[in-house]
Each structure stands twice: as structure tokens, then as C-alpha cells.
Design a protein around this ligand. Structure first.
Ligand code: ATP
Ligand code: MG
Length: 276
């Protein structure tokens, strides 16, 4: 089943009927503007619970903008204007009465460049926890251990928790940022090209971590690496940067379907590495 999203043909397969999927996030008719620049146009899609969704498309198609609307980080940037509706667990996150801290706690974010703070590994992990609550020391110790284990970093740093987060390797820093995000018990993790600054081995570690983490939470990952999208994601959304349809969702489907026989020629060209 497909539905039209724009004057030109789009394909969004409704797989929820087949697999009984639960949408964690529901994006309805989302358009975004930086001043007069349109970054996204009339995007409608759902992010399913416990699944990894990859966002792909050429540079400038609005991938990062899309991600940043999902936890309202985008509006911290000066002039991003948003139309449409985004629901998290059925609640409109752009409602005036929404608790912004709660939205950002439930929907964590990992960036392209690892960004640990200039403080100890321990303090990095519990940074958000301390911002949201006043836990006891024993509770903090427990959270640090659990989060670092979940981020597959514990064994490498457990004897050096007072060491600076900045002294870790790039790959370790990214896993520290993941531990910091996990420490506040998010339900969704947004990752914007999380491996693009990492070497192949560090990338592999993050990829297998993503597959582990999806047992506990929902992940949305932006990637330029088609093999990575194919390896780590269950669903894929392809956005367009074509002049006449910038920021439109061209196609959304199960990843295997998108990579084997996407319904749109544009998608087939893009995943095959033929740009056009
Ligand atoms: N802070 C900003 N101010 C003004 N325009 C912006 C800003 N951020 C992004 N844009 C514009 O919005 C459009 C979408 O940008 P976005 O960063 O979302 O694309 P992207 O798909 O993530 O690209 P890339 O693959 O290069 O990271 C582009 O035209 C970009 O120039
Ligand atoms: Mg980007």
C-alpha cells in the first residue's frame, strides 16, 4: 500500500499492517524553513518502536534538520521554523504545554563529531542525570557502570573513571557520548552520521552496539554510507535534494526492500551509488 505525499509520486509502504509495529514517533506533514530556505517539505512518516530507521539522501536533503526536529534541538538554532506535527508516544512535542526537558531526556542525540565534555569519564556519563535529578552517590555509581556497559565501553575504562573524557580515542569518545545519552534512560536515540569521524574498526564497534541497543530502545540514524544503512537498519527513509523536490520524502520502506527493489527510480539510483 502506498500513499501520495506530494504532487510527485512518493512511496511510503504501510508495513504496520503486516508486522504489527508500534509507532514511537509520528511525523505528519512536516515542513521546515531556515529563513526563506526550505529544508523539509511535507514529510510524513513513522518511527517504529525497537527498530533502527536509517535516514539517507544527498547532502542538503534535510537529514540533519529532520533529526533535529524530533527532539526539538533544532529550535535552539536561531531561525529554524517548523510546520506540521510530531507526536512522541501520541503527544504533540510542539504543544506549548509540553515539558521540553522531558522530550530531550526521552529522545537523546549523538552527533557526527564525538563531543565529550572536558571533565572525567564518570562526570561525563552522569552529566544529564545530575541536570535532571539529585541522585545518591551509590545510584550514580550504578548508573555509570550500567551505562558504560550498555555502550560497550566499561571494560576499557572501568579502572580510569577519573580520567578525562577528552583523553579517549575517537571511537571511545563516541561510545562515551552514547553512555552519557543512555544514562538518562531515553526511549529514542537519534544519531547523525555517528561513525563518519571514526576508523573502520571503531565504526564496526558502533554498528554492533546499535544492534545491541535496539533491544532496549528505538534508533534513528543518518548515514551517507549505504553499506552501513543496509547493515544496521530495519527501515530506511530516502529524502530528495533534487532542485524541484528538496527535502521531500521520496520513499520509506523496509531496508531490505529499499536496497533490493526500491519502487522509485531515484531511490534505486541513490542506493546503487548512481546520483541523479
Ligand atoms: N543553521 C542553518 N541555517 C541556515 N540554513 C541551514 C542551516 N542548517 C541547514 N541549513 C540548510 O538546510 C538545508 C538542509 O540541511 P541539512 O543540514 O538538514 O542537510 P543534510 O541532509 O543533513 O546534509 P549533509 O548530508 O550535508 O549533512 C540545506 O539547504 C542547508 O544549507
Ligand atoms: Mg547533515
Amino acid at each position: 500500500m502506498s500513499m501520495s505525499l506530494s504532487p510527485q509520486q512518493s512511496s511510503v509502504r504501510s508495513t504496520s499492517l503486516e508486522e504489527s509495529l508500534t509507532p514511537v514517533l509520528r511525523v505528519r506533514d512536516l515542513s521546515c524553513f531556515y529563513g526563506r530556505t526550505k529544508a523539509l517539505e511535507a514529510v510524513s512518516m513513522e518511527i517504529y518502536e525497537g527498530k533502527v530507521t536509517a535516514i539517507i539522501g544527498p547532502s542538503g536533503c534535510g537529514k540533519s534538520t529532520f533529526l533535529k526536529t524530533l527532539n526539538r534541538i533544532g529550535e535552539m538554532e536561531s531561525n529554524l521554523r517548523i510546520q506540521g506535527k510530531i507526536e512522541l508516544f501520541g503527544k504533540d512535542i510542539y504543544d506549548r504545554k509540553v515539558n521540553l526537558n522531558l522530550v530531550r531526556r526521552l529522545v537523546g542525540m549523538i552527533f557526527q563529531q564525538p563531543n565529550p565534555f572536558a571533565m572525567s569519564i564518570f562526570d561525563n556519563v552522569v552529566y544529564g542525570v545530575r541536570a535532571f535529578s539529585r541522585p545518591r552517590e551509590s545510584e550514580l555509581n550504578r548508573i555509570v557502570e550500567t551505562s558504560l556497559k550498555s555502550a560497550a565501553l566499561w571494560d576499557e575504562v572501568k579502572d580510569n573513571l577519573d580520567g578525562s573524557g577528552l583523553d579517549l580515542s575517537g571511537g571511545q569518545q563516541q561510545r562515551l557520548c552514547i553512555a552519557r545519552a543512555l544514562a538518562v534512560s531515553p526511549k529514542v536515540l537519534l544519531m547523525d552520521e555517528p561513525c563518519s569521524a571514526l576508523d573502520p574498526i571503531a565504526t564496526m564497534k558502533i554498528e554492533s552496539l546499535i544492534r545491541e541497543l535496539q533491544k532496549k530502545l528505538t534508533i534513528v540514524i543518518v548515514t551517507h554510507n549505504m553499506q552501513q544503512a543496509a547493515r544496521v537498519s530495519d527501515y530506511t527513509a530516502f529524502f530528495s535534494a533534487d532542485e524541484n523536490r528538496i527535502g521531500q520524502l521520496v520513499e520509506f520502506d523496509q531496508t531490505a526492500q529499499m536496497f533490493m527493489e526500491a519502487s522509485q527510480q531515484n531511490t534505486r539510483d541513490y542506493v546503487a551509488g548512481r546520483f541523479g
